[in-house]
Ligand binder design. Structure first.
Ligand SMILES: Nc1ncnc2c1ncn2[C@@H]1O[C@H](COP(=O)(O)OP(=O)(O)OP(=O)(O)O)[C@@H](O)[C@H]1O
Ligand SMILES: [Mg+2]
Length: 422
């Protein structure tokens, strides 16, 4: 029996790097998780690799653990790209359908998608992907799939995703130096969308917000097609920093306060005045405890009101939702997405964030968990890594049926098939 292909996803996040090796169950949509692990990251800033060597070290340690545990060589991975330098540029393409059969064939589609990517960009930017929004054949609009339709003049309205070339170089260097070939580079929020959104939600109109540590990625879909992507340089780590400043405490303690008792659930009248008292020494990690020694652990108790903590958290979460609202307004979808907004990423674990999003964005809202990966489905911080495996499986599947080796061809094949992937 042929061995099933192992797909590896590597989510290089600002807070943690996650790795997932899985293979698809041929009978259903589920994946068998072969290995999953994560490690605190180093060498990233706002989602972008700024120190490739540090990132390589972290990836190498994950890979050697994977190979030891799983006893299998892994030599390539699907990876994410993130950061506010990712941009969407709209463009329009036009070609004459090859006269040979007067029906749109695959070569025509490849050709128009290739030509539509030829735009003037600054020398340090490059096109990462192209997403057709609408096909037009002999003036007939709103065609979803032009393949095999009869016509002469084929046009496409498309979104081009452009990236900052040095970011891609640093990212690729960090991964290849760890001994992995890059199969494809996929923006974090698009990968997360594959893992948590259903085709039905994408058809209705939906936004996905990936709340990471240092970034929030927004991806919008409508009528089954990808419409918009933006990355805001703010995330859940900003909440931690605000708590540290607001309560005058250390970052480690602030992070623990956020995770253990942080929330944006509206307070009842009675609990507004409720005081929280924390013994900082109990909150410090063992490493930190050793470092600060006995004297430090005698620190006075930290006292604050629940209202004070709520206010700090809500101010930052409110700012994130304002950025989302502004972007939705820019693309004329403010309050107009029937499937609402789906929150995912580690920052979405904050209690009350869904209710706050409903209030602020005036949209339906829920949390997005990765589906199809048994054992990982309860953790929304794993949406991106699961999505990378899903996207990888898609590319490998399509390339196999065309008798191609997916490696290195990932992006090209994805471009060709993007139109058929809901
Ligand atoms: N229970 C929790 N409550 C609130 N925040 C949480 C909780 N658990 C994790 N977080 C926050 O989630 C963030 C990490 O999320 P995630 O792993 O999605 O980020 P990342 O992918 O590393 O970062 P980025 O996508 O911005 O590069 C951290 O800031 C962490 O504090
Ligand atoms: Mg992330």
């Amino acid at each position: 029996m042929a061995r099933r292909k192992i797909i590896t996803g590597l989510d290089i996040g600002t807070d943690t790097i996650k790795i997932l090796a899985a293979c698809k169950n041929p009978k259903n949509e589920d994946f068998k998780v072969l290995f999953f692990d994560k490690i605190n990251s180093f060498g990233l800033q706002k989602g972008r690799v700024i120190n490739p060597q540090e990132v390589t070290n972290k990836i190498s340690s994950l890979i050697s653990k994977l190979q030891k545990t799983y006893n299998q060589r892994i030599d390539s991975a699907f990876i994410n790209v993130n950061g506010s330098k990712l941009q969407i540029v709209p463009n329009h393409g036009l070609i004459s359908v090859s006269p040979a059969n007067q029906k749109v064939c695959q070569e025509d589609i490849d050709r128009i998608l290739q030509e539509t990517q030829n735009i003037n960009l600054p020398s340090n930017r490059e096109i990462l992907d192209i997403f057709p929004k609408e096909w037009i054949l002999d003036g007939e609009r709103e065609i979803k799939d032009p393949l095999a339709l009869q016509g002469v003049r084929l046009e496409v309205e498309a979104s081009l995703l452009s990236a900052f070339s040095p970011d891609l170089e640093n990212l690729t260097e960090a991964v290849t130096e760890a001994g992995l070939q890059v199969e494809d580079i996929i923006p974090s929020s698009l990968a997360a969308s594959s893992a948590v959104l259903s085709p039905y939600q994408k058809e209705l109109g939906v936004a996905l917000l990936d709340i990471g540590a240092a970034t929030c990625g927004l991806a919008v879909f409508e009528e089954g097609v990808f419409l918009d992507l933006s990355v805001f340089p703010v995330g859940s780590a900003n909440i931690t920093n605000d708590i540290a400043i607001g309560l005058r405490t250390e970052i480690d303690i602030a992070e623990k306060i956020k995770k253990d008792i942080g929330s944006c659930i509206s307070l009842s009248q009675g609990s507004k005045k409720k005081k929280v008292e924390i013994n900082p020494s109990n909150f410090l990690s063992s490493f930190k405890k050793e470092e600060v020694g006995k004297e430090e652990s005698k620190k006075p108790f930290l006292t604050f009101s629940e209202k004070q903590l709520r206010k700090i958290i809500e101010a930052r979460v409110g700012e994130i939702f304002e950025l989302v609202q502004k972007e939705l307004k820019k693309i004329s979808r403010q309050g107009l997405l029937p499937a609402g907004i789906v929150l995912t990423g580690g920052g979405a674990k904050l209690p009350g964030i869904v209710e706050m999003a409903k209030r602020e964005l005036k949209l339906p809202c829920k949390l997005g968990y990765p589906r199809n990966f048994s054992g990982l489905e309860k953790d929304c911080s794993l949406a991106t890594v699961c999505g990378l495996v899903l996207e990888g499986q898609d590319v490998s599947q399509k390339s196999l049926s065309f008798g191609l080796d997916s490696r290195g061809l990932g992006a090209k094949i994805k471009r060709i098939f993007r139109i058929f992937i809901p």
